[in-house]
Design a protein around this ligand. Structure first.
Ligand code: GCU
Length: 618
């Protein structure tokens, strides 16, 4: 339903007044942020801005009474936000220079033009409603400030699944896109357009075959026309040959042949072609034991390494399946050598609690970077968790993920710091009495969620399609390749050399680690191995007992999160307190459901009694 009045929205982690007038350049934005921010924090030293070309970086000279921020364009604005953050956190201001680690720091909206958001848990789209653009310009400026304050510099507006009329964002609807680009440009934010590989066929061509001369020319002409009006467009994003989307394979061509045609159209304008690697057979027969979904991306893209043009960026999900609660790092991120790679994360909590359950992601990202050499990727992208809800992310505390994500893209070293605490201090005030408790809750939340969710890396025990709530065999006989093949003795797919051979896709050290049950990290045991229920874990418990224990503990911990929150009532704004309370109450119900359904499922199959005699429903 269309909303005639735009809802109010929180200031998130930017508590001071937004600039009164819309800035027209990042330099103007920087000055306005400083004026309001310094006054808000009561900072007495003078701060000036000076132009120096440092790319997107900035330099702070704090050697004299007057602090000088040197930078140019977005760099100057980043410098201003950085200084304000340090002031807000009460940190010492020192002379230093900062540069972002990755040039493309991207946020992907999966927004549809009807106003819905695919896997969106924070209300309707910030950009669209009723098949047209529909937004609050003030709010979009605030959105630009939020992103810019943590260094995110590129966004897509529309879903990777391009639903009508979004295929026309690159032609008929382009003038509206231009307005958004203009609005966000002063915040250093550039647009990527998500395009449909079959776009030429929507425009009168008989085919979208990437090797057809008329198709090649069509992409060149269309791209040139777009750059006429958005000269700083970052490029295109494409989901091709994936979950029913058209792609080069549809026309008998390979992924590189398809990607390069679009990349060559973008090349003269400095654009990047972001090409998603989420390609697998989504029409699998569960009876087929040979096809193993995690193998798919590597099998498709590895043979093409070296064939992608230099302005193609292969966007690879962090795990080889699909944003599950626990997956190993995608082998493709580790093994491609001659292709540019972007790490794709998902802030939208599709499988991780849908912004009802608390799930803070910093530790998950740390685990990825423990395995992934930083230089292996040249960009980071994430599916956003934002929508039109008053608090932006549906769950007030889920904004900590967006904050930490931006900081991660700027420099993964931030993972060594307590981003949860920083976010809490910025949002609720440095001296807010609830800071320690909220930071603790955030940091414990992922372990808690994992305990009551699908166990030990098995994944996909969720309610089909909605992906919230337990349904152990919901995907077992589906077409999506998401099987675990439980029987009365064992569960899991053997992905070692003796099984589907998936482990062979990893570099030697990881292959060795995962290949053997005794060295495989227990959190991922059931991802890599088929394991009998009475398998003895490191600490002497059987595998099934570990599952029972985790599920009882997880539900208790969810309850404890709620109790912790209740104690914060007088330390937080009443509306924030009430909103989060309502979410935590739902989380407790969800955790209980997961506990009981999962434990009953395993009890029925294994027949194993709980060593502690707790209630497992028959
Ligand atoms: C998941 C998700 C889809 C999404 C897809 C993608 O499968 O459930 O909604 O379209 O990922 O990343 O393209």
């Amino acid at each position: 339903m269309e909303q005639s009045v735009f809802p109010k929205y929180t200031k998130a982690w930017l508590p001071y007044a937004a600039p009164a007038a819309a800035p027209s350049t990042p330099e103007e934005a920087a000055r306005a942020e400083l004026d309001n921010g310094l006054a808000h924090y009561g900072f007495a030293r003078p701060v000036s801005l000076k132009t120096e070309s440092l790319g997107e970086g900035y330099r702070i000279d704090a050697s004299a009474e007057e602090i000088v921020i040197y930078g140019q364009g977005a760099g100057m604005l980043y410098g201003a936000f950085y200084l304000l953050r340090k002031i807000a956190l009460g940190q010492e201001i020192v002379s230093e220079t900062q540069q972002p680690e990755y040039a493309l720091r991207m946020l992907n909206h999966w927004d549809n033009m009807d106003g819905t958001v695919e896997r969106g848990y924070a209300g309707r789209s910030l950009f669209f409603e009723g098949s047209r653009f529909h937004y609050d310009p003030e709010r979009l400026r605030f959105y630009g400030r939020l992103l810019s304050s943590v260094g995110i510099n590129t966004i897509t507006l529309n879903n990777v699944n391009v639903h009508p009329p979004a295929q026309h964002l690159i032609d008929d609807l382009l003038p509206e896109v231009v307005k958004i680009a203009d609005l966000l440009r002063p915040y250093g934010i550039r647009l990527l357009l998500t395009v449909d590989f079959a776009a030429p066929t929507y425009n009168g061509l008989a085919t979208a075959d990437p090797l057809d001369e008329t198709v090649i020319q069509w992409w060149k002409d269309r791209t040139a026309a777009i750059y006429q009006v958005i000269p700083d467009l970052a490029g295109f994003v494409v989901k091709a040959d994936s979950e029913f989307r058209p792609g080069p394979i549809t026309y008998g061509r390979n992924q590189a042949e398809g990607a390069n045609v679009l990349a060559r159209a973008l090349k003269p304008f400095g654009g990047t072609l972001v090409w998603r690697c989420f390609v697998y057979n989504c029409r699998q027969d569960w009876r087929d034991q040979k096809t193993d979904r995690p193998c798919a991306a590597y099998n498709t893209f590895m043979p093409l390494d070296g064939q992608f043009d230099d302005n193609v960026l292969l966007q690879i999900k962090n795990g080889p399946v699909d944003f599950q609660v626990r997956e190993p790092v995608s082998p493709l991120l580790l093994t491609l050598e001659k292709s540019n790679r972007a790490l794709e994360l998902q802030l939208a909590q599709e499988y991780t609690g849908q912004q009802i359950d608390l799930y803070y992601m910093q530790e998950m990202w740390q685990e990825i970077f423990d395995v992934l050499p930083r230089g292996n990727i040249s960009a980071i992208c994430s599916v956003t968790n934002l929508g039109r809800d008053e608090n932006w992310a549906g769950h007030d505390l889920a904004m900590a993920n967006l904050y930490a994500y931006g900081r991660l893209c700027w420099n993964p070293d931030c993972l060594k710091d307590d981003m949860a605490r920083e976010w809490t201090q910025l949002t609720f005030g440095r001296n807010c009495a609830a800071v320690d408790e909220i930071a603790r809750m955030l940091h414990s939340s992922r372990k808690t969620y994992q305990k009551y969710n699908a166990p030990l890396g098995i994944g996909f025990m969720v309610e089909p399609h909605v992906h919230y709530g337990p349904n152990p065999e919901g995907y077992e006989y589906s077409l999506w390749g998401t099987y675990m093949r439980a029987d009365r003795n064992a569960i899991g797919i053997d992905r070692t050399a003796a099984g589907t051979g998936f482990t062979a896709q990893y570099p030697a050290d990881l292959q060795k680690l995962y290949e053997d049950k005794s060295t495989c990290p227990e959190e991922m045991l059931l991802f890599f191995h088929r394991v009998p229920y009475d398998y003895v874990m490191e600490d002497g418990r059987t595998m099934v007992q570990r599952i029972y224990d985790d599920h009882f503990e997880g539900a208790e911990e969810a309850q404890a999160l709620l109790e912790s929150w209740k104690k914060l009532e007088n330390q937080l704004p009443a509306d924030v307190f009430a909103r989060v309370l309502a979410k935590l109450e739902k989380q407790v119900v969800n955790a209980r459901n997961w506990r009981d359904i999962t434990n009953t499922y395993f009890h029925r199959y294994s027949g194993a009694e709980d060593a502690k005699g707790r209630v497992i429903y028959p």
